[in-house]
Ligand binder design. Structure first.
Ligand SMILES: [Zn+2]
Length: 64
């Protein structure tokens, strides 16, 4: 029924960061925020959570 995913939350101002397990319904399509990146860049970001968050922060893809 559900896919288990890692949910990341952070505050750029305080540099506070948290990760937890979330359940996403299988029918729900998640947006790939890295879809437009060249493959090498994408792989580099996926290897480092710190770099990934910095990138998402800059592009404001997931700003709340
Ligand atoms: Zn804050």
């Amino acid at each position: 029924m559900y896919e288990r995913c890692v949910g990341l939350a952070w505050c750029s101002g305080c540099r506070v960061y948290a990760a937890n397990m979330v359940h996403i319904p299988r029918a729900q399509r998640l947006v790939d925020a890295l879809a437009t990146l060249p493959p090498e860049h994408r792989e580099r970001l996926l290897r480092s959570e710190t770099q990934l968050i910095e990138h998402l922060d800059k592009t404001r893809a997931w700003g709340v």
